[in-house]
Design a protein around this ligand. Structure first.
Ligand SMILES: Cc1ncc(COP(=O)(O)O)c(C=O)c1O
Length: 442
């Protein structure tokens, strides 16, 4: 790793967000003018959030029964495994695709999709910079180049206009990340993909049960990828699934998840891939969890929308923007502050909300993916990046900029949404946001 290119995460945040942070710090130095209205809890007033919601169990009898059935089997291997079969049947019921392959993670699902799409040396794949790094890992392992496009101000999803600006003759695919379970503008991305002959991959890791204009998420793009990691709507600890109805890609999913060999028509290894298999115990839990999905998705959708309805008119706040015809499933809720309309920093706003009893957090990931040291150093493979050294890309992540993505992380506030929360709780969180925003209004 060259010292010249080396940049720490802290330095990046300071550099990339300098303006925003400097502005906020300047405002913080001003003493808040006492506002009308009820006293903030942080100043000794009454808390806006009085309701407590306790988390219930995430699994129980259904999973236990399925695991007991699994333990009666002689094999725990996925191929022809009854649990895998059941899981994939249930997956197809809610995400109707012709081909589906379960695998070890969401990262694996995306890598399988990218490999099946034929992405390789020096190809460019446009995606969101605000996502889990698992969105980009498969692209890099294929020796392709992730190109990050900016996001919509309130949707936090790919801005199709910026995606279009970043298309070059090397672009081969778009990975649309449905961040927090809010569907991307798939009509616009589909049109772009069709016009430029690109593969549209949906990253549905955070979007179990979401719908785009009534269509199940994962079925509008060419390939859909889901994660079953522990924090997701449904889980088996770790796991993933990838699906497609496209005859160009669907038949390749199994072999790219299983070392490059086609098990239904064994002819040796005509492809090359790693082992991304999911075992039967995981498939049993995942199959059982799918029976809970609709209830979880419906509840989160209701709670998130309720929060929007109740903060939509709060000055200084930009609510989470969801298309009225879509079903967002709120892996979390994300709203932004308008720094010019408030006399406080985000940190002060969050502290005030905490004191009101709303367990919010500032931001999401620390920096956009391109700001992470491994991107800033172009150090993906033992500290090096062969594609760049071979002159197949001019990508320089130290110069990459996506202003909305950057400000989203410095001005945004994350509200946890869970199926066990009550509407009353969400209404009180909304009241807390209103109270704090009013207090700090410029
Ligand atoms: C949007 C997104 N994409 C991809 C992934 C990767 O999934 P996994 O952690 O199962 O590899 C995640 C997981 O956090 C995610 O949130």
């Amino acid at each position: 790793m060259s010292a010249k290119n080396s940049i720490s995460r802290r330095q990046f945040v300071a550099g990339a967000s300098g303006l925003v942070l400097a502005g906020a710090a300047g405002k913080a130095a001003e003493k808040p003018v006492p506002a009308d209205g009820p006293k903030l809890a942080i100043d000794g007033g009454e808390k806006a959030v009085q309701v407590k919601c306790s988390a219930g169990p995430r699994w129980g009898d259904v999973e236990q029964k399925q695991l007991e059935a699994m333990l009666k089997q002689r094999s725990l291997f996925y191929w022809k495994g009854p649990q895998t079969k059941l899981f994939l049947e249930r997956f197809r019921e809610f995400c109707p695709v012709k081909y589906a392959q379960n695998c070890s993670s969401g990262t694996a699902a995306i890598h399988i999709a990218v490999a099946a799409a034929g992405i390789g040396l020096g190809d460019e794949v446009i995606t969101s910079p605000v996502t889990d790094i698992g969105t980009a890992i498969g692209v890099l392992y294929q020796q392709a180049v992730p190109v990050f496009a900016d996001l919509g101000l309130g949707t936090h999803n790919l801005d199709p206009a910026d995606v279009e600006r970043r298309i070059t003759p090397k672009t081969k695919a778009i990975i649309a990340v449905h961040l927090t379970g809010n569907p991307c503008d798939l009509d616009a991305l589909r049109a772009l993909a069709d016009r430029h002959d690109l593969v549209l991959i949906e990253d549905c890791a955070q979007a179990w049960g979401a719908k785009y204009r009534g269509r199940p998420i994962g079925t509008v793009g060419d390939i859909g990828c889901f994660s079953l990691q522990n924090s997701k709507h449904i889980t088996c600890g770790d796991g993933g699934v990838v699906g497609s109805s496209d005859e160009r890609f669907g038949p390749l999913l199994q072999k790219y998840g299983d070392k490059g060999g086609n098990r239904s028509k064994w002819g040796g290894f005509d492809g090359f891939a790693t082992n991304y298999r999911m075992s039967e115990p995981q498939a049993a839990v995942a199959a059982a969890q799918l029976t809970r999905l609709e209830e979880i998705a419906a509840k989160r959708n209701r709670l998130g929308n309720l929060l929007t309805e109740n903060i939509a008119d709060v000055p200084g706040v930009i609510p989470h923007e969801v298309h009225p015809k879509d079903r967002a499933v709120y892996w979390f809720y994300f709203f932004r502050l308008r720094p010019d309309a408030l006399r406080c920093t985000r940190s002060q706003f969050c502290k005030a909300l905490w004191a009101e009893g709303a367990a919010v957090r500032g931001g999401y990931i620390g920096v956009p993916l391109y700001g992470e040291p491994v991107f800033q150093n172009h150090g993906f493979f033992a500290g090096r990046w062969p594609v760049k050294e071979m002159g197949l890309t001019t990508m320089d992540f130290t110069k990459h900029r996506c202003p909305n993505a950057e400000s989203m992380l410095t001005e945004g506030i994350r509200v946890p949404i869970y199926e066990y929360q009550t509407e009353e709780y969400i209404l009180q969180v909304a009241a807390a946001i209103r109270k704090v925003a009013k207090h700090y209004a410029a």
